[in-house]
Design a protein around this ligand. Structure first.
Ligand SMILES: [Zn+2]
Ligand SMILES: [Zn+2]
Length: 92
């Protein structure tokens, strides 16, 4: 009798745990949807290391800025002249 009660209590806890887990998974997938909207306009990838130009306030990943600045020193989005000093790391 006692053993069955304990088993029922354990099952209840496991159900609760599973519910908490699926809640976390829902939060995670919501977060993924959120970040997947933040894609670099140059390479289409989600930002791993986003940098903002304080000259034109466009955001691209570090790699894309460096490629663009090495090529013609311009923002890939608006062609404003951007110096590497204008680039600042942002934290989202
Ligand atoms: Zn990029
Ligand atoms: Zn720009």
């Amino acid at each position: 009798m006692r053993g069955r009660l304990e088993a029922a209590a354990t099952a209840g806890r496991e159900r609760e745990h599973a519910q908490q887990l699926s809640g976390k998974e829902a939060q995670l997938s919501a977060l993924e949807r959120e970040t997947s909207r933040c894609r670099c306009g140059s390479c289409g990838q989600t930002y791993r290391q986003p940098l903002v130009s304080t000259h034109c306030w466009h955001v691209h990943c570090a790699q894309c800025w460096h490629t663009a600045l090495a090529a013609d020193g311009r923002c890939p989005q608006c062609s404003a002249l951007v110096a590497s000093d204008d680039l600042n790391a942002i934290h989202v």
